[in-house]
Design a protein around this ligand. Structure first.
Ligand code: SF4
Length: 331
């Protein structure tokens, strides 16, 4: 049986750039190609990591899946239904099934709301329960799920009375309270102290297993991706350049960009010795307004040869079972 919960086909998000007078006269329009035709699917109950540097399009992809942005092209299928463009009523239903954990839990909470109010709000919006006592039970259960025990102790706290880790637990509880099928977690631990990160990821993983949830985990940090995810897709300038099982990608990377990301992780990746020698990477990420022709990574790639920029952009090919990479030389 098909176990796919979400399937994305050739998804694009291009943002128009404000035109100069000359461009207006010439009817020219330039675009920032934030997400430039990506395809992947996530199985139910799995954790899929989107990894890459800032500006690679991973957060835009998360927002497209959350339906916070309308795609420019492509298709999103969720639980077998086309959800690419939704009417307001269907969108509200979809948002109950797909929830998001934001990078900064402090900014995503109303500072005048106690933890109880933060958790009750989605219940009220989605008309889950009109009964106060019933809502209180659901709030209490959600706090227990994220290991804020005893829940009564945390219910009356305002965000500033919680530690960074506790705030992220409340943010996670807020997503769980609606019993979603999938959670988009955008850099959920990047604003948390190093000492608490592992604890929060551990809690998120335990909850995911208990409730058979699916996560899209967005991160720039390969060391947490290795520990946390089942599969990884590496994004560069709006495209997926490598994708496969997490262990396979970390142990046997093929694309020079993935190798450079792994080499940049100074500590061993999840307890393993980093065997990849430093792969130099040249310069900065180019602007998504002006994507290099051919392989978009070629200006920064130390292995680039003439065919890398003279020929068509390399497409993902299967280099071993379930392991895909887009490189003209190595794949
Ligand atoms: Fe580097 Fe060429 Fe492969 Fe692109 S196609 S990643 S430029 S070797």
């Amino acid at each position: 049986m098909d176990n796919v919960i979400v399937k994305v086909e050739n998804l694009k998000k291009w943002f128009p750039i404000r035109r100069t007078i000359g461009e207006l006269f010439r009817h020219e329009q330039k675009w920032v190609r934030a997400v430039d035709g990506i395809t992947f699917s996530i199985d139910k109950g799995k954790i899929f990591g989107l990894v890459g540097e800032s500006g690679c399009g991973k957060t835009t992809t998360g927002k497209l899946l959350m339906k916070l942005l309308e795609p420019t092209g492509g298709k999103i299928m969720f639980e077998g239904k086309d959800v690419t463009h939704l009417e307001p009523e269907a969108l509200k239903k979809y948002r109950r099934s797909v929830q998001m954990i934001f990078q900064d839990p402090y900014a995503s909470m109303n500072p005048r709301f106690r933890a109880r109010d933060v958790l009750e709000e989605p219940l009220i919006i989605h008309h889950i329960s009109e009964d106060r006592a019933e809502r209180e039970k659901l709030v209490s259960r959600a706090l227990e799920e994220v290991r804020l025990i005893p829940p009564e102790e945390f219910m009356s706290r305002f965000p500033h009375m919680l530690s960074g880790g506790q705030r992220q637990r409340v943010a996670t509880a807020r997503t769980l309270i609606l019993s979603p099928s999938m959670i988009v977690a955008d850099e959920p631990v990047s604003m948390i102290d190093l000492s608490t990160r592992a604890e929060i990821l551990h809690m998120m993983k335990a909850v995911q297993r208990e409730l058979n949830l699916t996560y899209l985990y967005i991160t720039h940090d390969l060391s947490t991706a290795r520990y946390f995810t089942d599969q990884i897709a590496v994004m560069y300038l709006g495209k997926i350049v490598e994708m496969g099982e997490s262990d396979e990608i970390i142990d046997h990377p093929v694309h020079p960009y993935t190798k450079a990301l792994i080499a940049a992780v100074c500590e061993p990746v999840s307890g393993k010795v980093n065997r990849i020698k430093e792969v130099p990477i040249k310069g900065e990420v180019p602007s998504a307004e002006d994507i290099p022709r051919g392989c978009r990574f070629h200006p920064r790639c130390v292995y680039a040869r003439t065919q890398c920029w003279k020929e068509e952009e390399p497409q993902l090919v299967e280099v071993s079972s379930g392991h895909w990479a887009a490189c003209r030389i190595f794949a």
